[in-house]
Design a protein around this ligand. Structure first.
Ligand code: SF4
Ligand code: SF4
Ligand code: SF4
Length: 583
C-alpha cells in the first residue's frame, strides 16, 4: 500500500523517514521542528483537515525549487532536502505577517479573542514592534443580531477555517467566500445575518476561527446586573462538560475535574444557590427512557433520537423536516432545569418566578440560542434567563479575582444539585445513550442490574454503532457526533438502508466536551481525550450511576411531577419541533 511506503528526506540537515503522502509540516513535526501556521487546522481524531495553504505563513525552502513551498500542503518526495528556517523563508513569513496586519484592526486590547488569537501570538513570536504597511482598512458592519455569535469581518484574515468547519465537518453550508480581492470575506449567502440562515449556532466556526472575526456573544454584565439586584434571587446551573474543561483556563492540566472548585467559585461570585445541570440530565433520562420504552413496546416511531443538543435540533428542523416525528420530545437538561427551577423550586422557596433568575454555565453557544426559543417560556417568564459559556465564566472569575485552581471544593445546593454517574457522562459523545440504556435495562427487567457500562458507545469517533443486549432484547444503537456524520446517518435512515432502535446525536464532534463555548483546543485533540477520560473516571467514582436512583429525582416525582410521562411532566419537560425552511 502506498501509504505504508517510507520516504527518506532531510530537514534542516537532519535525515528522517516519513510515510508517503505526509506533508512537509507533518515531517518537520516528527523532528520537533515548529513551523509557524495560521490558516492550517487539523483535528486528527475527527479526520478534519483544513490545509489549503492560503495564508503562506508556513513557507519553507526546498532544494532545487525556485519558489518557496507552503509546508502545510506540500507533500514530501523521496530525497527532498528542506530548510524550514532559512533567511529567505523567515523573511517571506515576516512579509506575509506584515501584509495581514496592514488590513487588521489594532484593537487587541479590547478584542474578545485577545490572549487566544493566533495572529496576536504570531506577531509576538516574530517580535513585531511596528506595523510596516499602513494600508486601507476594511469596514464591515458587525453581525450580532443573534443570541450566540458575533461576526466582525473587519478582523477576517480569509483563512477560511470557518468555511471548512461549517461546510465540510458540519455540512450546514452557511459560510463561503464572497466578493473578490481586497473586498473578499467569508459570509452566508447574500451576506445575510446568521439569524436569517440555517445556522444552528453550534459555534464550531468560532472555535475554528484563529482571530477575533468570529466570537461568542458575551452576557457577563447581565449576570452581574442580576447579582447586584436585591429584588432578584439568582441561581446557577453547571453543565456536565464544564467541570472537565474550566480548569484549563486557570492552568490546570486538561482533564482535571474541577466540580467542587467550580461550585465554590460560583458561590464566591454571589449566586444565591449553585445547582447542577446533571440533576436535570438525570431527569431527562427519566422522561426520554419512558418514551423509548413506550415506543419499543408499541413498535412504532423508531428509532428514537436524543434531543439534548439544540444545535442538532435546529439542524433536523431545517434539513430533515420529514423525520420531525422521531426525535424524543424531552427538553434538553438545560431547559428541564429552568422549568423545574421556575416552578417546583420557586414554590419551595416562596419566590415569585418573575424574581428568580436562572443562569446556565454551558460548554455551548447553541444553548444561548436554545434558551431564547419562544416555546421555552411560560406566561412570559423564560425557563432560563442567561446562558454563559465556559469561556465567559473564566473571564468573569478572572475579573472577580477568583483563582479557581486555589479554591477548596464546595458542594452543590439541594434540591437541584444531586446527580448520578449517568448524568456526568452526558458531557461525552455516547453518554446520553449509555445513561438511557442503564435505566432501560433496569426498568425492563425490574432489577437493579450490576452491568452499567456500555463501553461500545464510548469514544471520540464520529459514528459508533453497537447492538447491545437490554433485558434480553437486542437493541440496535448508534451514536453520532458532528453534523456531517448526523446527515449521513439520517440519509441512510430516510432511505430505509439503516435501522436502529435508539440514536444519540450531538452537533459538536466528540460531544459537549468539544462544545463551541469551551476553552479553545486549537487542533490539540489530546485535550479532548483528556476531557473525555476525566468524564468516565468521574462516573466510575460515584456511588450511584443510574439516573432513576437519584434520590432527589425520586423526590421530585413523588412531591411534584407524579410519574415519568405524567401530564405535568409533559407540560413542563417536553417540547415540540418546528419544520423550518432552508434559508
Ligand atoms: S455556528 Fe455552526 S452552523 Fe452556524 S455558521 Fe458556524 S459552523 Fe456553521
Ligand atoms: S472568519 Fe475567521 S475563520 Fe473565517 S475566514 Fe475569517 S479569519 Fe478565517
Ligand atoms: S454538542 Fe453540546 S456543546 Fe455542541 S451544540 Fe450540542 S449541546 Fe452544544
Amino acid at each position: 500500500m502506498s501509504s505504508e511506503k517510507l520516504l527518506n528526506i532531510t530537514i534542516n540537515g537532519m535525515p528522517v523517514k516519513v510515510k508517503d503522502g505526509a506533508t512537509i509540516l507533518q515531517a518537520a513535526k516528527k523532528l520537533g521542528i515548529k513551523i509557524p501556521t495560521l490558516c492550517y487546522l487539523e483535528l486528527d481524531c475527527f479526520h478534519f483537515e483544513h490545509r489549503k495553504g492560503s495564508c503562506r505563513i508556513c513557507m519553507v525552502e526546498v532544494e532545487g525549487r525556485r519558489n518557496l513551498a507552503p509546508a502545510c500542503c506540500t507533500p514530501v518526495m523521496d530525497k527532498m532536502v528542506i530548510q524550514t528556517h532559512s533567511p529567505r523563508a523567515v523573511n517571506a513569513r515576516r512579509t506575509v505577517l506584515d501584509l495581514i496586519l496592514s488590513d487588521h484592526p489594532k484593537d487587541c486590547l479590547t478584542c474578545a479573542k485577545s490572549g487566544n488569537c493566533e495572529l496576536q501570538k504570531l506577531a509576538a513570536d516574530f517580535k513585531l514592534t511596528s506595523v510596516k504597511y499602513e494600508g486601507e482598512q476594511s469596514t464591515y458592519d458587525f453581525d450580532k443580531a443573534n443570541e450566540s455569535i458575533v461576526r466582525d469581518l473587519n478582523k477576517c484574515i480569509m483563512c477560511r477555517r470557518c468555511e471548512s468547519a461549517c461546510n465540510e465537518m458540519q455540512t450546514v453550508g452557511i459560510l463561503s467566500g464572497v466578493r473578490r480581492g481586497f473586498e473578499a470575506i467569508v459570509a452566508p449567502t447574500l451576506e445575510k445575518p446568521l439569524d436569517e440562515t440555517n445556522c444552528v449556532f453550534c459555534g464550531q466556526c468560532v472555535a475554528a476561527c484563529p482571530v477575533g472575526a468570529l466570537t461568542a456573544v458575551i452576557r457577563n454584565q447581565d449576570v452581574l446586573d442580576a447579582l447586584n439586584d436585591p429584588k432578584k434571587t439568582v441561581v446557577v446551573q453547571t453543565a456536565p462538560a464544564v467541570r472537565v474543561a474550566i480548569g484549563e483556563g486557570f492552568g490546570l492540566k486538561p482533564g482535571t475535574i474541577s466540580t467542587g472548585k467550580l461550585v465554590t467559585a460560583l458561590r464566591r461570585l454571589g449566586f444565591d444557590a449553585v445547582f447542577d445541570t446533571d440533576f436535570a440530565a438525570d431527569l431527562t433520562i427519566m422522561e426520554e427512557t419512558t418514551e423509548f420504552i413506550e415506543r419499543v413496546k408499541k413498535g412504532e416511531n423508531l428509532p428514537i433520537l436524543t434531543s439534548c443538543c439544540p444545535g442538532w435540533v435546529k439542524f433536523f428542523e431545517h434539513q430533515f423536516p420529514d423525520l420531525i416525528h422521531i426525535p424524543s420530545t424531552a427538553k434538553s437538561p438545560q431547559q428541564m432545569f429552568g422549568a423545574i427551577a421556575k416552578t417546583y423550586y420557586a414554590q419551595k422557596l416562596g419566590v415569585d418566578p418573575k424574581d428568580l433568575v436562572v443562569v446556565s454555565i454551558m460548554p455551548c453557544l447553541a444553548k444561548k440560542y436554545e434558551a431564547s426559543r419562544p416555546e421555552f417560556a411560560r406566561d412570559g417568564i423564560r425557563d432560563v434567563d442567561i446562558v454563559l459559556s465556559t469561556r465567559e465564566l473564566i473571564i468573569m472569575l478572572n475579573e472577580a479575582g477568583i483563582q479557581l485552581d486555589r479554591l477548596e471544593d464546595g458542594e452543590y445546593d439541594s434540591p437541584l444539585g444531586e446527580s448520578t454517574g449517568a448524568a456526568v457522562i452526558f458531557g461525552a459523545s455516547g453518554g446520553v445513550l449509555e445513561a438511557a440504556l442503564r435505566t432501560a435495562a433496569d426498568w425492563l427487567t425490574g432489577q437493579d442490574l450490576e452491568k452499567v457500562d456500555f463501553a461500545a458507545v464510548r469514544g471520540l469517533e464520529g459514528t459508533k454503532e453497537a447492538t447491545v443486549e437490554v433485558a434480553g432484547m437486542q437493541v440496535k444503537a448508534a451514536v453520532v457526533s458532528g453534523l456531517g456524520n448526523a446527515r449521513r446517518l439520517l440519509e441512510r435512515i430516510r432511505s430505509g438502508e439503516a435501522q436502529y432502535h435508539i440514536i444519540e446525536i450531538m452537533a459538536c464532534p466528540g460531544g459537549c466536551l468539544n462544545g463551541g463555548g469551551q476553552p479553545y483546543i486549537r487542533g490539540n485533540t489530546a485535550i479532548l481525550e483528556a476531557r473525555m477520560n476525566a468524564i468516565y473516571e468521574a462516573d466510575k467514582g460515584l456511588p450511584k450511576r443510574k439516573s432513576h436512583q437519584n434520590p432527589d429525582i425520586i423526590k421530585l416525582y413523588d412531591e411534584f411531577l407524579g410519574k415519568p410521562g405524567s401530564h405535568l411532566a409533559h407540560e413542563l419537560l417536553h417540547t415540540h419541533y418546528i419544520s423550518r425552511g432552508n434559508a
